[in-house]
Design a protein around this ligand. Structure first.
Ligand code: ADE
Length: 245
């Protein structure tokens, strides 16, 4: 097994990525390594012996906001796998947590598996495909070294959680609710690229505050938490064989 030399980190929002890019001293890759009109931005540099690319989805054309959700995540992940050829992909970002699963604001999770909670297709075969299931790259030593919480990451394209999604989240045994990871896992499975996800909790899905208010209140603190957490993961994995994670 070859050591992990090229690491790509995919983060949806620029505000989530900025402290990390600054901390790692990465520089914007210009021109973009991705051909075509995809608005993704790539920030690259060396971290120890490894090459690290932090990639954001970029601005959604005509809306003036970051592209979030599974479609931009999968498009960016596809370009990353095709053109940057990472040995390992790390999805980092903010997410909702669950007090029923022991979650609290500021917690950092290292995903165990990826599922969807808003793809209900009650037709044999498509039902299981809709929920999906991809395992994170096995990383027992990394879990021990970081102490980040383990948990299933469940993905959907909405920030809110109507009852029908809450039911699916429970069935998925989700500890983390966010909007990208399962789309990225779909692409990683195609390319056989191992995937880790590091998620910092900004809001409590089964709490009593409106999600959007709690999210905006805690976004800065969670981005700082990622700035601390992601380099720990990068430094641990860089130069190691996948089997040693
Ligand atoms: N990102 C941060 N909080 C989230 C939530 N509650 N749902 C989906 N994505 C999120």
């Amino acid at each position: 097994m070859a050591p992990v030399k090229t690491i790509a980190v995919i983060i949806a929002m620029k505000a989530e990525a900025a402290p990390l890019v600054e901390h790692l001293g990465l520089k914007k890759a210009e021109p973009s390594p991705f051909p075509g009109p995809i608005p993704a931005e790539v920030f690259s540099g060396a971290v120890g012996d490894a090459t690290v690319h932090v990639c954001c989805n970029g601005e959604a054309k005509g809306f003036g906001v970051d592209s979030v959700g599974t479609v931009p995540a999968a498009l960016t992940a596809y370009q990353i796998c095709e053109h940057l050829k990472p040995d390992l992909l790390i999805n980092a970002g903010t997410a909702g947590g669950f007090k029923a699963m022991g979650g609290a604001i500021g917690d950092v999770y290292l995903a165990t598996a990826f599922k969807n909670h808003d793809r209900r297709i009650p037709i044999p075969g498509f039902d299981a495909y809709g929920v999906g299931h991809a395992d994170a790259a096995p990383c027992p030593a990394l879990r021990l070294a970081t102490g980040f919480k383990p948990g299933v990451v469940s993905t959907g394209n909405s920030l809110d959680a109507p009852d029908v999604d809450v039911e699916s989240l429970k069935k998925n045994e989700a500890s983390v609710k966010e909007m990208e990871a399962a789309g990225i896992a779909h692409v990683c499975a195609m390319f056989d690229v191992p995937l880790l996800a590091v998620k910092a909790i900004t809001d409590i899905v089964d709490g009593d505050k409106p999600t959007q208010d709690e999210f905006l209140e805690n976004l800065g603190a969670a981005a700082k938490a990622l700035q601390g957490a992601v380099p720990k993961v990068i430094e641990f994995v860089a130069g190691k064989e996948l089997g040693a994670l």
